[in-house]
Design a protein. Structure first.
Length: 180
């Protein structure tokens, strides 16, 4: 018989895509005010994995991941996604987004993104938000799944998330509390 156990706290990772690099400063400031100080950040690198956002946001586009110091409860992902959706709307112009914000969390064994789009492999976690299992950690590395977005399957992002995973392990050993 399985016995329910409380889930471990998770490392909050938020990615964003934008055209205007300077907008990133405002976006990060708003995220820090809401979720606390940054622990790690990736470089800002060209986003050239798909043309999905081109009509809405223009080109060239850039992607960056930021990681927050406070650990979160996994169930908080719903509220985090609702907040980032509101932030996207705040920065929209003429009904088009200027920034796409992808919140997710990292555990030792997986990386999960939040989305408002249902699909066969996504699990509803509340208020119209779905959890998308994006990467799994096995055999000493992150591995993409058939549905993983191409940018998250890139070596740059998987290498960065491996570094985040190491930091997360340190945080767990030090007993860092969640943000609540």
């Amino acid at each position: 018989m399985s016995r329910p156990q409380p889930p471990k706290p998770a490392k909050l990772v938020i990615g964003y895509i934008l055209k205007e690099k300077r907008l990133g400063v405002s976006v990060v400031k708003a995220l820090v005010e809401k979720f606390g100080p940054i622990d790690m950040a990736s470089s800002l690198f060209p986003f050239n994995f798909t043309t999905y956002y081109d009509d809405e946001m223009g080109i060239p586009l850039f992607r960056r991941l930021i990681v927050f110091k406070p650990l979160i409860k996994q169930v908080d992902l719903v509220g985090i996604k609702l907040y980032t959706n509101a932030l996207e709307h705040e920065y929209s112009k003429d009904g088009k987004r200027s920034v796409n914000i992808d919140p997710g969390y990292l555990l030792q064994e997986r990386f999960v993104l939040a989305t408002g789009k249902n699909y066969s492999h996504r699990i509803h976690i509340g208020e119209g938000i779905y959890a998308d299992l994006t990467l799994v950690y096995t055999k000493s590395r992150f591995k993409p799944l058939p549905w993983t977005y191409p940018d998250y399957a890139s070596e740059n992002i998987m290498t960065f998330l491996t570094q985040v995973r190491k930091k997360y392990g340190v945080d767990l050993r030090q007993g860092r509390e969640s943000s609540e």
